[in-house]
Write a protein of this length. Structure first.
Length: 334
């Protein structure tokens, strides 16, 4: 028995030693894993801090880009106001030119009337001279050059021999000079307007392209800032409310403008496919009471299933006949 006990003791010691060695090896492995996990957590913390810094930098860049965009929009508004002012000035100049032309035409008419009156007076004077004196005596008494000089002066409107020219002629020349000056100023203003329009068009195109570029940059930065879950989440699918008197369920004995009877006062909610989801089954949908959820018609609030859930039952026409009080508040027909 002593030998057996000694052998058992040796085997137990060996097994204990092997267990201790295994436990020490596992302990070392666990320590290594703990160190690795600590290093990974520290690296993750550093990455998180770096990502936070990058997010702050991106937000600052976004705000700066938005400020630049507002400044560009203000510049565009200022350029449009300047263009409106230039157009107003051009309109005023055109009106002034028209007024000057009208004044010039009126002065020309006055000069013509004065010339006609002068020629008429000269003819009357010649007739009176012919009546008073015979032509021979008139030729002897008045030489030819005085008559020609009087005729020339009368044609231009001179009433006396002392005045070198008439006031009408001087006013006409002044108006012609003013007209030429206005034409020159108008031509220069038109050239300036063309240059300004070309420059403003080029600047507007440049600013619009810059704004589009900034919008694209802002969109990209916002997409980087928005979390992944917000990008993945989608809105619920759209629901099309089809009344019971649609063409496929219409009663031919009732006109379209007559109110629907009680047995046709339900809507069939047809499920429509979502842009990122699977297509619904053919005829998927469910019935909803027309007056449920419409307080304007005296109905109670809707308490049925969510409208974005797809019902596998195909649509069925409602059962003809009067509805009971329990059927009026039911969401689906039995």
């Amino acid at each position: 028995m002593n030998a057996d006990q000694a052998a058992l003791m040796l085997e137990c010691q060996r097994s204990l030693r092997s267990i201790i060695e295994d436990l020490s090896a596992k302990n070392d492995a666990l320590r290594e894993q703990a160190q690795k996990s600590e290093e990974a957590t520290s690296s993750l913390a550093k990455e998180v801090e770096q990502l936070k810094k990058e997010k702050v930098d991106l937000t600052e860049r976004v705000t700066a880009a938005e400020r630049e965009k507002t400044d560009m929009e203000k510049e565009l508004v200022q350029m449009r106001t300047d263009k409106k002012e230039m157009d107003h000035k051009m309109v005023l100049l055109e009106q002034g030119k028209k007024r000057d032309k009208e004044d010039l035409e009126s002065k020309k008419k006055e000069v013509k009337t004065l010339q006609v009156t002068g020629s008429n007076l000269l003819k009357k004077g010649e007739r009176l001279d012919l009546k008073k004196n015979p032509p021979q005596e008139m030729c002897v008494q008045r030489p030819k050059w005085t008559i020609l000089r009087v005729v020339k002066r009368a044609e231009i409107g001179i009433q006396t021999d002392k005045e070198p020219r008439s006031e009408a002629e001087s006013r006409l020349k002044d108006l012609e000079q003013a007209n030429t000056r206005l034409n020159h100023e108008l031509a220069t203003l038109k050239a300036d307007k063309k240059k300004f329009e070309e420059s403003s068009r080029a600047t507007i195109i440049r600013l619009q392209s810059a704004l589009m570029h900034k919008d694209a940059e802002l969109g990209a930065k916002r997409r980087r800032i928005i979390p992944f879950q917000q990008q993945v989440s989608h809105p619920p699918p759209r629901i099309l409310m089809v009344p019971n008197n649609a063409p496929e369920y219409r009663n031919p004995r009732r006109q379209w403008n007559q109110p629907a009877p009680p047995h046709q006062s339900q809507y069939f909610v047809r499920a429509t496919p979502h842009q990122n989801g699977p297509p619904p089954a053919q005829g998927a949908g469910f019935y909803v009471n027309r007056y449920v959820g419409r307080p304007s018609h005296g109905g109670a609030p809707y308490t049925g299933p969510p409208l974005h859930q797809v019902c596998p039952r195909p649509p069925q026409p409602p059962v003809l006949g009067p509805q009971t009080s329990s059927e009026q508040h039911d969401d689906r027909p039995s």
